[in-house]
Design a protein around this ligand. Structure first.
Ligand code: ATP
Ligand code: MG
Length: 422
C-alpha cells in the first residue's frame, strides 16, 4: 500500500506555497513596522518546559502533546505552541538584563494531537508575537492593533475582537471561590467535562462550548465584577486605547484562561463562519509566566494566529490573490547541436537574473511551442537548423507576436535591454 502523509498533516504544493509566501511577506513587513524582530526556536524542547510553561492541567498538555523519549533517554516534545520556547530563550540568553520591551515574532509549525477537521490539524502553523518587559496597557493595545492592521491589510473587515480581563493572583482566587460556591449545588447540571474542569481549573467552566450560554443565563458570577482596582484600571485603559484607534471589540466575560500566570488582558479574534474553528487569533497577558519557568518576575503579553485558519478565512472571502510569477523565456530548439546551445543560453540568461526554460521532454518543434505557451512565456527563442548555421536565434514576443532575428551571442544583452523597456 502506498504511504500517505500522516493524519492531520498536509502537503503544500507550489501553487499553495505561493499563498503562504504572500501571507508571510505581509506579516514580516507589519512586524518590522511595529518593531518586532523574528525569533526562531527549536521545533522540539525538553518536555518539562511545556509542563511548566503551558500548565499540567491544560488540554494541550494532558491530551495533545507529541512526546517521545530520545536515544539518550530524555523526554522531548514537539512544540505545541511557541510562547514557552520564547520565554525559555529569553531567560537562557539573559535578555532580562536589558530594561526595555523585548518584541519578538515567530512563524512556523506547531504540533498537537488534535482531532483533524477543516481548520484543525496535527501539524499547523502559527504566527505570533511576544512583548516581554512591560506592564503598560499600551502594549496590550499595540499588539492587538498589529493583528488588526494585518487583517485589515489582507482585506478582512468582519472579524470580531472578544476582550476580557482575567484579573491577577490577588483578585482571581476570590472570584474562583465565588465560582466554586455558585456551582456547589449545581454540579448535576454540568457536563462531564465541566465537572472535571471544576476540580482542576474552575475558570474554564465558563468557556464550555456546550453549556457556556446557559451558565450566563443562570447568573454565574463574572470575573469582570471581581477585579481588583489595579486590574480594573488596566482593563479600562486597554479599552480606551482601542477605542482611540478605532478598533471595535465586544467584552466577553466568558473568555478565560485558567492558569495562575495569566493576568489581565485575554482576547480572541474570531471569524464566525469557521464554526468550532472560528478563533483565528488568541492572546493575552502572562505576567506570571516567566517566574513560573524559573526567571526573574517579568511581565509579558502575546498572541498566536492560526495561519491555516487565516488562509481559510481569506479563501472564503475571496481575498486570496497571489501575484503571478515572472514569465520565463522559453528556448525552443531542434536537434542535438541546437539543444546544446539552448542549454548554454538558458544558463547565460539565468546568470543575468532572467528566468529561462528549455524543453526537457524530447518534444517536437510544435510540442515545444505549445509548452512555451503553457509556461506563460513572455518570449520564445527559436533555434532551428538555419538559425544554428547562421549563429542566430529568432526571438518571438508572445504578446505582440512580433519576431526578429538576433545574433546568438547578443541574446542576453537583447533580452536585458528588452526587460528594461517592459
Ligand atoms: P481551539 O480552541 O481552536 O482548539 P486553542 O485554544 O487550542 O484553539 P491556542 O492554543 O490559543 O488555540 O492557539 C492559537 C491559535 O492557533 C488558535 O486560535 C487557532 O487559530 C490556532 N490553532 C490551535 N490549534 C490548532 C490546530 N490544531 N490546527 C490549526 N490551528 C490551530
Ligand atoms: Mg485546542
Amino acid at each position: 500500500m502506498a504511504i500517505t502523509a500522516p493524519r492531520g498533516t498536509q502537503d503544500f504544493l507550489p501553487e499553495q506555497t505561493a499563498e503562504w509566501q504572500m501571507l508571510e511577506a505581509k506579516i514580516r513587513r507589519i512586524c518590522a513596522l511595529y518593531g518586532f524582530g523574528e525569533i526562531r526556536t527549536p521545533l522540539f524542547e525538553n518536555t518539562e518546559l511545556f509542563l511548566r510553561g503551558i500548565g499540567e492541567t491544560t488540554d494541550v498538555v494532558t491530551k495533545e502533546m507529541y512526546t517521545f523519549v530520545d536515544r539518550g533517554g530524555r523526554s522531548m516534545t514537539l512544540r505545541p505552541e511557541n510562547t514557552a520556547s520564547v520565554v525559555r530563550s529569553f531567560l537562557e540568553h539573559k535578555l532580562y538584563g536589558e530594561q526595555k520591551v523585548h518584541k519578538f515574532y515567530y512563524m512556523g509549525p506547531m504540533f498537537r494531537h488534535d482531532r483533524p477537521q477543516a481548520g484543525r490539524y496535527r501539524q499547523f502553523n502559527q504566527f505570533g508575537v511576544e512583548a516581554i518587559g512591560s506592564k503598560d496597557p499600551a502594549v496590550d493595545a499595540e499588539i492587538i492593533s498589529l493583528a488588526f492592521q494585518l487583517f485589515r491589510e489582507l482585506g478582512l473587515n468582519d472579524l470580531v475582537l472578544h476582550l476580557n480581563s482575567v484579573g491577577c493572583p490577588s483578585c482571581r482566587p476570590i472570584y474562583r471561590q465565588k465560582l466554586l460556591d455558585f456551582f456547589a449545588d449545581k454540579k448535576e447540571s454540568l457536563c462531564d467535562d465541566c465537572r472535571e474542569r471544576l476540580e482542576k481549573n474552575p475558570l474554564r467552566v465558563l468557556d464550555c462550548k456546550a453549556d457556556g450560554e446557559k451558565m450566563m443565563n443562570m447568573g454565574v458570577p463574572l470575573i469582570t465584577e471581581h477585579l481588583c482596582e489595579s486590574c480594573q484600571s488596566h482593563f479600562q485603559q486597554v479599552q480606551q486605547y482601542l477605542q482611540a484607534v478605532g478598533i471595535p471589540f465586544v467584552k466577553d466575560p466568558r473568555l478565560v484562561r485558567g492558569l495562575d500566570y495569566y493576568t489581565n488582558t485575554a482576547f480572541e479574534i474570531m471569524y464566525a463562519p469557521l464554526g468550532a474553528q472560528s478563533t483565528v487569533c488568541g492572546g493575552g497577558r502572562y505576567d506570571g509566566l516567566i517566574a513560573e519557568v524559573g526567571g526573574p518576575s517579568t511581565p509579558g503579553i502575546g498572541f498566536a494566529v492560526g495561519m491555516e485558519r487565516l488562509l481559510l478565512t481569506l479563501k472564503e472571502q475571496g481575498l486570496l490573490t497571489v501575484p503571478v510569477g515572472v514569465p520565463p523565456i522559453f528556448i525552443v530548439a531542434l536537434g542535438e547541436a541546437a539543444r546544446a546551445k539552448a542549454f548554454v543560453l538558458q544558463q547565460a540568461l539565468r546568470a543575468r537574473q532572467i528566468a529561462a526554460e528549455i524543453d526537457l521532454m524530447g518534444r517536437s518543434m510544435k510540442g515545444q511551442m505549445k509548452a512555451a505557451n503553457k509556461a506563460g512565456a513572455g518570449y520564445t527563442v527559436i533555434i532551428g537548423e538555419e538559425e544554428l548555421a547562421r549563429q542566430e536565434v529568432q526571438v518571438r514576443n508572445m504578446m505582440t507576436k512580433e519576431q526578429i532575428a538576433v545574433p546568438m551571442n547578443e541574446l542576453v544583452t537583447y533580452m536585458e535591454s528588452n526587460r528594461r523597456d517592459d
